[in-house]
Design a protein around this ligand. Structure first.
Ligand SMILES: Nc1nc2c(c(=O)[nH]1)N[C@@H](CN(C=O)c1ccc(C(=O)N[C@@H](CCC(=O)O)C(=O)O)cc1)CN2
Length: 316
């Protein structure tokens, strides 16, 4: 029985981070303005004590520093009100040392994420969630592209090559963070794109038509092997924590991470597949660094370094 190629997102992300670090070092010396080094600065804001968010924010800070950028971490209590958070974002918008702003999601219930995201200066919106950047992507204009879909596109291009024209792509999930921007990027690459969701009829059959299947639905192992077209490229965006497979370990409260795709089944059908962990997840942070470098260059009228991939835009 044939086995799919495992797409090593961890290695790809590390390679991208290494290349970005070289470009940042170059920018520091050659991009100097007014006698001062040009150092990209990323501000990450965490509200509350969600354990997963704490891990992600710590990793983002470490990755930022490792790339030679400045990291500004702002940790606010769980009880923070919306006005306080909005005021912090406005302050970061005005700070010239801050080129990128990211507010870690999810936010506590008393805060409307749409209001906070709308406050971020679109030029510093390294998450690409601001309505201006979302609109730009949907309209095929350059802007900031959300990190996870951007990372998925890089992995896809690495496996399939740059020419994705005419491929049938199915995006399972219509979130504003992954599903919708992913569909826009695939459309910009001239794929024939379907967005499937909870109301889609005969989901397995829709999936089986896809040359590229992107699962971003947040349901552990929902996509089974017989939903996959033989040879298809499968990008699994899901990160779901489930009880450990060994009942004794599960009884001790131990868990494991699984994606939205049943990996063992998919391995025997797909042509290539991202694992969970070690697939798409690490690309999210690497692309955050890429977006921060891109934002810094654009804000300072400096050309993007040649050896760093231009962040995918929907253009032309
Ligand atoms: N403002 C944002 N909030 C959130 C985003 C985002 O892009 N912007 N995405 C997710 C969380 N996230 C980054 O913030 C993220 C998720 C997963 C990973 C990752 O590397 N996962 C590892 C496994 C990690 C583990 O063991 O738990 C993997 O898949 O290999 C990085 C970043 C929600 N919030």
């Amino acid at each position: 029985m044939s086995q799919a190629r495992i797409i090593d997102g961890k290695a790809f992300a590390q390679n991208l981070r290494d290349r970005l670090a070289l470009q940042v070092a170059d920018l520091r010396s050659t991009g100097a303005k007014g006698g001062q080094d040009l150092v990209p600065g990323l501000a990450v804001v965490l509200v509350g004590e969600n354990p997963a968010s704490q891990v992600y924010v710590r990793s983002k800070g470490q990755a930022t520093v490792a790339a030679g950028m400045r990291s500004f971490e702002h940790k606010l209590p769980d009880t923070t009100d919306q006005a306080t958070l909005v005021a912090l974002v406005e302050k970061l918008n005005r700070d010239p040392a801050v080129n990128g702003i990211l507010v870690q999601l999810p936010l506590p219930a008393q805060i409307d994420p749409a209001v906070v995201i709308a406050t971020i200066d679109p030029a510093k919106d390294v998450d690409g969630f601001h309505v201006e950047n979302a609109g730009r992507l949907a309209l095929g204009l350059p802007g900031m592209v959300p990190c996870t879909p951007l990372g998925c596109m890089m992995l896809l291009r690495d496996v399939l090559g740059d020419d994705l024209r005419g491929k049938r792509a199915l995006v399972l999930g219509r979130s504003t963070i992954v599903g919708r921007p992913m569909a826009s990027l695939l459309l910009a690459a001239d794929c024939t794109v379907t967005i499937a969701h909870s109301r889609t009829q005969d989901l397995p059959e829709e999936c089986r038509r896809a040359d590229i299947l992107v699962a971003a639905v947040g349901r552990p192992e929902m996509v089974r092997g017989d939903w996959i077209k033989p040879g298809a490229t499968v990008i699994d965006v899901g990160i779901n924590r489930v009880p450990h497979a060994d009942p004794a370990a599960a009884a001790e409260g131990r868990t494991r991470l699984v994606g939205d795709v049943h990996f063992a089944e998919a391995m025997t059908v797909a042509g290539a597949i991202t694992p969970v962990p070690g697939g798409v997840g690490p690309m999210t942070i690497a692309c955050l660094l890429l977006n921060t470098l891109t934002a810094t260059c654009r804000q300072n009228g400096v050309p993007l370094p040649g050896s760093v991939p231009e962040a995918d835009t929907a253009a032309p």
